[in-house]
Each structure stands twice: as C-alpha cells, then as structure tokens.
Design a protein around this ligand. Structure first.
Ligand SMILES: NC(=O)c1ccc[n+]([C@@H]2O[C@H](COP(=O)([O-])OP(=O)(O)OC[C@H]3O[C@@H](n4cnc5c(N)ncnc54)[C@H](O)[C@@H]3O)[C@@H](O)[C@H]2O)c1
Length: 269
C-alpha cells in the first residue's frame, strides 16, 4: 500500500540546516512534500535560495558554528515565520583521511566545530523553545562512521559525539514532549562525497562493496527516514540512532572471509 504523504506535515514549520545541498536538501524536499513550510538554512545562500524556491520554502543564512548567529537565527525563524516544530541538523563537512601527524589541527577543529558543536548549538537554540511549547522533533545527522573505525580522526569522533548528544538531550527534553533522534547515514551520493571522490579521498567501488546491498544511499532515502522521525508515526521513539546504511555495519566484516555474496536474482544474470 502506498501511504499518502501529502498533508502529513500540514501547518508544520521545519528548519533544515545544511538544507541547500545533499542530505539536507533531500530532507527539506521530503518535509515540503509532506506539506511543511521549510526553512532552508545554510552558509551557502545562493544554493539555499534555489532549493527554497523549488519547495516554496524560505532561505536563511546561518553558520552553525557561530553561537550568537545560531541564537539570532532561531529568534528570526520564530518571529518572522512562526513556531518551529521540526529541526534537521544536516550542516556538516567531511575530512581527508589523513594520519594525525598530517591532519592539521585547523582541519580537526573545523570539523569538530561544524559537525559536533554546530549540532549542539542548533539543538540548544531550538530545543528549549520546543520544550516550552510541549512539542517538537529534532533529527541530528550523524554517520555510520560513529559506529565504525575509519581513518577520519576528527569526523568519526565528532559523529560519535552527535549520537551521544542525541541521547543526553532526549532525556533532557523527553518529559516536555520533545523527541530527538539521530540518523546515521552510510555513504550517500552528495556534492560533498562527489568532491571527496574527485580528490581521491574516497573510493566509490569500495564504499559500495562494504554494504550488504552493494550500493550507495540516495538523499531521498535519508529524507524518508528524517520524515518518519519528524512525524507522529515515530511518536514513541526518542534517543535512538537510526542507521540508514544499506547494510554497511552488517556487511563490513564479510570481506575478511569470502566477501558479500553476489545477487541471486534471475533478472541480474
Ligand atoms: N554524504 C555522505 O556519504 C554522508 C554520510 C553520512 C553522514 N553525512 C553527513 O550528512 C551531512 C550532510 O552532508 P552532505 O554529504 O549532504 O554534504 P553537502 O556538502 O552536500 O551538504 C552540506 C551542506 O552543509 C552546508 N554547510 C557547511 N558548513 C556549514 C556551516 N558552518 N553552517 C551552515 N551550513 C553549512 C553546506 O553549505 C552544504 O550546503 C553532514 O553532516 C555529513 O557529515 C554524509
């Protein structure tokens, strides 16, 4: 049965940080399809305006690593547009897979500041407002690397911290009707991944190979998971890390044996 999603978020105001590209754009588009008025919040205003125009939303500028700017942004959202009921924190950057003696502290700090501190600042700005109103859902975008060992000594710990923060804040605001959950995507085809591949920092074949399903994720698949966690369909769920990874965690160790089995579908032979 196909579920009718139009109207699912009618009357809702949603903020998506990093909404101008990739996973954030996928989430913004999906929430808008469900009827939400979406605030596309990004440091890249040109792209934010393009996405906002396509989904009849609002584009607003934000640097999630700037505490004062994030507070002002939350004030502006609520005074200019209205009470925000859903937030997706997708603003983030990747990092090169370098050993610690080659990874500059500047890069290490930048990744921590945007990916972890930026997530905290966004939650800190919107969570208390939602708690006072007695309702709201926040979805943080972590990563499957939070649960794996990969050569990303700032990014992966930052994402583990996002998962931990999601749990601490779930208890902080749970009794006030605010739910907060993480999504941990596996490798998802976005501008950031494309750029890392172009620089030789990621290998598409390798990323596909480690997953049970033998493929990357689409931004729409992450958007669907975010919509589920923002909607009343997940009313009993808070503090979880929803892994959407095409089976990377489940399949990764198979390469120490004979590799993941090829398809048995008649149509693929
Ligand atoms: N692509 C993947 O394979 C993958 C996998 C797991 C998790 N993630 C996470 O998903 C999120 C989105 O990544 P993506 O692949 O869609 O990247 P992307 O580059 O396509 O999108 C990221 C967006 O964040 C914005 N941004 C960057 N720094 C910002 C800042 N300081 N303030 C506000 N906006 C800022 C960028 O302008 C961009 O529009 C990130 O947190 C990333 O870590 C991505």
């Amino acid at each position: 049965m196909v579920r009718d999603i139009a109207g699912e978020f009618q009357g809702h105001i949603a903020v998506v940080t990093g909404g101008a590209s990739g996973i954030g754009e996928g989430c913004a588009r999906r929430l808008a399809e469900g009827g939400a008025k979406v605030i596309v919040a990004d440091i890249n205003m040109k792209k934010a305006k393009e996405v906002a125009a396509a989904i009849n939303g609002h584009a607003m500028e934000i640097d999630v690593s700037d505490d004062k700017a994030v507070e002002q942004f939350a004030d502006a959202c609520e005074s200019d547009i209205g009470p925000v009921s859903s937030v997706v924190t997708s603003a983030g950057v990747l990092q090169p897979p370098l050993p610690p003696d080659e990874l500059s502290l500047e890069t290490w700090d930048r990744v921590m500041n945007i990916d972890f501190r930026g997530t905290y600042l966004t939650c800190r700005a919107f969570g208390p407002r939602m708690a006072k109103r007695g309702r709201g859902s926040i979805v943080t975008i972590a990563s499957v690397t939070a649960s794996l060992s990969v050569p990303l000594h700032s990014y992966a710990p930052a994402k583990s911290a996002v998962v931990s923060l999601t749990r601490t804040l779930a208890a902080e605001w749970g009794r006030s009707g605010v739910r907060i959950n993480a999504i941990s995507p596996g490798a998802t085809w976005t501008a950031a991944l494309e750029e890392a591949v172009a620089k030789g920092e990621r290998n598409v074949k390798g990323l596909e190979e480690v997953s049970c399903m033998g493929r990357l994720l689409t931004t729409a698949e992450i958007g669907n998971a975010a919509a589920f966690l923002c909607s009343d369909q997940s009313s009993g769920i808070t503090g979880i890390d929803l892994v959407v990874d095409a089976g990377w965690i489940a399949g990764g160790a198979w390469h120490a044996y004979s590799g993941i089995r090829p398809t048995r579908r008649n149509s693929d032979t």
